[in-house]
Design a binder for this molecule. Structure first.
Ligand SMILES: Nc1ncnc2c1ncn2[C@@H]1O[C@H](COP(=O)(O)OP(=O)(O)OP(=O)(O)O)[C@@H](O)[C@H]1O
Length: 327
């Protein structure tokens, strides 16, 4: 059964195309990730699917409902947790949940039962009477997810669910997301620019860059497509190495941030020969590391750049948002 069907979906802001004719299908019960750097078009895509933005062209159905013909129908069947925090700081966890339940006109008895269950699910029942302003970032995120589930949506949209959280809290939140998907069978579509997050959570990933899907598959399949092993070399000659290095067992080489990433058939068999080639050509080498392809290598392979190059931008945006909130 298809939960989401997307066909040539496009969004233009003036002359700028933020989402460029993307198409994909998501099956019921899948966790599907949109992975890409800042500005790739991930938020714009899920804003269209959750009816917050009108597409410029193309079509999409969520739970079989056309996003342009029946926006209310779509909204009733989905939950959304967006990047910008939307909890009321001056209300308690319970009050935030209750307010949301009233908006959806959930009868009092059912509302109370669900709020109790959901606060238990995200381990916040002990803090239900605490004001949200006393909560940590991770607790707020968990409460937002619980709130997004109150009207029992069958599809949940999560926009950068762990942006700005520390590694331990991120791990914790990943467990909640997996539990939700497994115990409640909810289809989850999430956006992220964290490779490890996409790898850990998603059954399938669409890698998106400059509004286009450049690759889509399971994390393992995507990594297999890069193939073999990856040797990363730090060198002041990285540009030269990337341009010049070649051998029948080398699939390709990309240069980025003073490093060169070389994809080859088998590092075990060829590393000695590779080091010998470096020596013969007189390249200066600071360090060499070998690893199996990661999603970072997949992204580099398809785009010629790393996702990490954009992370400073993300940190700046969080900082700006927090500063904005203080005033
Ligand atoms: N309302 C808007 N008007 C003009 N341009 C916009 C608007 N919203 C988004 N964009 C632009 O569209 C592009 C895609 O933005 P989008 O927010 O979808 O990216 P993203 O992949 O979700 O990245 P991020 O994590 O930074 O939000 C960006 O270049 C952004 O500046």
């Amino acid at each position: 059964m298809t939960a989401i069907h997307v066909e040539n979906l496009t969004k233009r802001f003036g002359n700028f195309t933020a989402v460029d004719a993307i198409s994909f299908d998501i099956k019921k019960g899948e966790i599907f990730g949109l992975l890409g750097p800042n500005g790739a078009g991930k938020t714009t895509t899920i804003s269209m699917l959750s009816t917050l933005l009108e597409p410029t062209s193309g079509k999409a159905r969520v739970n079989g409902i056309d996003i342009q013909k029946d926006q209310d129908g779509v909204r009733k069947s989905i939950g959304i947790v967006f990047q910008d925090q939307s909890l009321d700081e001056e209300l308690t966890a319970w009050e935030n949940m209750d307010f949301h339940g009233r908006l959806y006109r959930i009868p009092k008895e059912i509302r109370e039962e669900r709020i109790t269950d959901l606060l238990h699910l995200v381990e916040l029942e002990d803090r239900k009477e605490s004001l949200v302003k006393t909560f940590s970032g991770g607790m707020r995120r968990r409460l937002e997810i619980a709130r997004g589930l109150l009207h029992e949506p069958s599809v949940l949209f999560l926009d950068e669910p762990t942006l700005g959280l520390d590694p331990q809290t991120r791990n914790h939140l990943w467990e909640y997301i997996l539990t939700l998907n497994q115990t409640k069978g909810i289809t989850i579509i999430l956006t992220t620019h964290y490779m490890d997050e996409a790898d850990r959570l998603c059954g399938r990933i669409a890698i998106i860059d400059q509004g286009k899907i450049i690759a889509m598959d399971t994390p393992d399949e995507l990594k297999d497509r890069v193939g073999g092993d990856v040797v990363t070399v730090s060198s002041p000659d990285s540009e030269r190495i990337a341009a010049e290095i070649s051998a029948p067992w080398i699939f390709g080489a990309e240069q980025h941030d003073g490093q060169v990433t070389i994809r080859l058939q088998s590092a075990e068999e060829h590393i000695t020969e590779l080091i010998r080639l470096f020596g013969e050509r007189g390249y200066a080498i600071a360090s060499v590391s070998i690893h199996k392809p990661t999603l970072e290598d997949v992204f580099l392979h398809y785009t010629g750049k790393t996702i990490r190059e954009d992370e400073a931008g993300a940190t700046d945006r969080i900082r700006m948002r927090m500063m904005g909130r203080r005033h």
